[in-house]
Design a protein around this ligand. Structure first.
Ligand code: SAM
Length: 278
């Protein structure tokens, strides 16, 4: 386990993932009934942007830095305001990870389950959420979440699966987790974040997902430059099972703005596609 998210916190991929996460949670909050958010690969929760790791790569400047400097039109502001509020609440010079963003948006009836396996990262995560009765901390393999840990007793909710992709196996594990989750928690929303280096590679994986014939599955992808080289993170995407019915129109507004705000080179683009059987 060599991956350390501290080097990448707040980069374009985090901003994309976290803004989408806030839209999924905003939809769950339309009803009073409690929900649970599972974050299967949680990281440490908050990231210091002045720390050595973040300073070394400066990736956050091209992500959260760009979005905070931008002046979005009203309709975009409405879609990113939850994310903006979570960033502001994390404090000056800090960027919130997915656990902090989800936690910021919970109401008192909602719950959060955080899985983190790294021996150094788990205690930091636990320190950030200690004494929080709404948050369950699990120093366990996050892939277990899609097995016996669901469905939650709240019945409603969301699972974010955001592994480090240190090896190619995480793409296969995602499919396995999605299949398991579908059987055990058919009504849950499952969000799978994935990196895009060479698009032809991820397109093969997406085709495998399409063949699973899920009733409601969408893919949204953002590239900050032409996704043709296998060595750099050129883009990223999220596959969402059981997306809120409001998401497609929200993405239609949000994605062109994110592409223009986060673009690095010619060839920046976005794509929204339906992977479901309908
Ligand atoms: N979701 C976080 C966020 O958005 O702020 C970032 C997560 S980072 C991409 C992936 C994390 O997964 C790392 O902190 C890594 O230590 C952890 N990890 C790796 N393998 C894991 C496993 N099998 N179970 C749980 N966590 C794991």
């Amino acid at each position: 386990m060599n991956y350390r998210h501290a080097y990448h916190a707040g980069n374009f991929a985090d901003v994309f993932k976290h803004i989408l996460l806030t839209r999924l949670i905003a939809y769950l909050k339309r009803k009073d009934k409690a929900f649970r958010v599972y974050d299967t690969h949680a990281g440490i929760g908050f990231y210091d942007l002045d720390a050595e790791e973040a300073q070394k790569t400066q990736e956050w400047k091209l992500g959260v830095g760009r979005v905070l400097d931008a002046n979005p039109p009203k309709e975009i502001e409405a879609l990113i305001s939850d994310w903006r509020a979570a960033v502001a609440a994390s404090g000056e010079g800090r960027y919130p990870g997915s656990p902090a963003i989800a936690r910021h948006l919970l109401r008192k009836q909602d719950r959060l389950s955080l899985y983190e396996l790294h021996p150094e990262d788990f205690p930091v995560l636990a320190g950030n959420f200690s004494n929080d009765y709404q948050t369950r901390l699990l120093n366990l393999d996050g892939w277990l979440a899609a097995g016996a840990h669901i469905p939650p007793k709240e019945a409603r909710g969301l699972m974010l699966i955001d592994p480090p992709f240190e090896d190619g196996d995480d793409f296969d594990r995602m499919i396995d987790a999605l299949n398991k989750a579908r059987k055990r928690w058919a009504g849950g929303t499952i969000a799978l974040w994935y990196p895009v280096k060479r698009r032809s590679h991820t397109d093969e994986w997406l085709e495998t997902l399409r063949l699973l014939k899920f009733p409601d599955l969408i893919d949204v992808q953002l590239s900050i430059r032409d996704p043709r080289t296998a060595t750099t993170l050129n883009g990223c995407g999220m596959v969402i099972a059981n997306p809120p019915y409001t998401l497609r129109s929200e993405l239609g507004m949000l994605m062109p703005w994110l592409r223009d705000t986060l673009r690095e080179e010619k060839g920046a683009d976005f794509r929204i596609q339906d992977l479901s059987a309908r």
